[in-house]
Design a binder for this molecule. Sequence first.
Ligand code: DGJ
Length: 551
Amino acid sequence: MTIIRTLLLLVLASFSASSPARTQESSKASLVPHLEQRGSATQLIVDGKPFLVLGGELHNSSSSSLLYMAPIWPRLRAIHLNTVLAPVSWELMEPEDGKFDFSVVDGLIDGARQNHLRLVFLWFGSWKNTYSSYAPEWVKRNIDRFPRVQTSDGRGTERLSPFSQENQKADSHAFAALMRHIKQKDGDLHTVIMVQVENEVGVIPEARDHSAAADKAFSSPVPQELMLWRRQHSASLDPEFRGSWESAGRKESGTWSEVFGKGPLTDDLFMAWHYARYINTVAGAGKSEYELPMFTNAALMRPNYQPGQYNSGGPLPHSLDIWRAGAAALDFFSPDIYLDNFAEWSQKYHRPANPLFIPEAVGEAVGAANVFYAIGQLQAVGFSPFGIDGTASSSSPERPEGTNAALAASYAVLEHLASLILEKQSEGAIATVLVEGESQRAGRLSLGNYTFTAVRSSSADAGKRGAAMFLEIGPDEYIVAGSGNLTITFSPNTPGPPIAGIASIEEQILQDSNWIQRRRLNGDENGQGQVLRLESTALPAIFRLRLYRYR
Ligand code: DGJ
């Protein structure tokens, strides 16, 4: 492991050496957490250094009570989280119109600091899972001042309408107050590193709002900003978005139905634009107080679901162009991935100008493998299973609470390798193979001079997820880590002797909080020198693999 340590030191040294002298003020501004393009990856910079978010999102109500949170913080640190995603609700923060109470916010920041954790706050403002349940009572009760989304038969719903200026003003005012306060309390220490603005917005069971204001906007011309954005980005538009415009006759102006065709998908695109504009205003008001990276998240849709059956208007792959056009104050859009085809969904959000960050996902053994794919294949900024505190479950009995032992093992490895991973992300010298689903038995990738094939180790592993992450640290040398039971073989992919052999495999394990150099693997442990085996039953482990070639 001396090589890894040397590499880490070199990486750290190059950061400090490349820092130009700055004035006190500009150096303070540059220390505010921000996103930065570093080589082939967009990374989150915290305290001047790239930071990998090994996160977990709390159940919705946990962060409403500091007492409830007290025993949870150390448990989260013990499973190697470095960041907690914690809701901050409008109702608790502004219990009366214009009167703010930041005691919970302050307590969360203090609790995280005491446990060496960072925070991503989730602003539960106007919307949480399509509803407005977290709006303060004074907002909920005053439906004249704060109008609601309406159904086509004229009924109100418990959702603030994105077509109301008053709704937008009240939310922006509260969010700006929150960001101002975070800056005062935390502007030097940067415990809070990002903010999610609203949560899983959209409408159901109809694909759009039918309030009078919404109807009026729907029969008005599509805003020129959106049309212009479409023209300027025509080469990279999402195929479904482009398709709806093309099949409606490629019009450069007209109402929503004229430009995108009549039908529920147009309702969905229309809502996406108006949610984007609203949230852009809220996020912009917050950023003008304290410019932390901000994003919003999507509830994904199940196969064959139609607009109205899923959160219509949310930042889904087919409407990401609209969101990017309408909400430039947001730095990226995130998927909440509870579906089995993790690779496919995460790839849809890994786009130029949209770095991948997964604020909600399945945890346990599934998350333990998926995190390697997100971080090690798609250069993710971070990963965060939902319900990480594992108590007081929400209404999701299909996701039983557990110990998070498998996730903790993955996070222990990723925590140890974080600096090297970030460096390899930016160099494009990292890759992960994910074996997922019932039918997939093996996966393959190429990195540097070799192609790696990972196969489920036994039929008993059928359906279980496995991931193997490779970091190229030399022409024939790799750091390998992962989750699940996989057997890995190698073959050269560059000119030269055609067969790859193992020169050596060294194992490093986490024992009693220390990483120690352990076995040199050979014989039965590596199939008589022919394979590398990842085993989920072992202690958290990292392998240094050296290959050679022969004929
Ligand atoms: C997705 C939401 O965004 C979370 O806040 C939470 O409600 C989970 N669903 C529950 O599974």
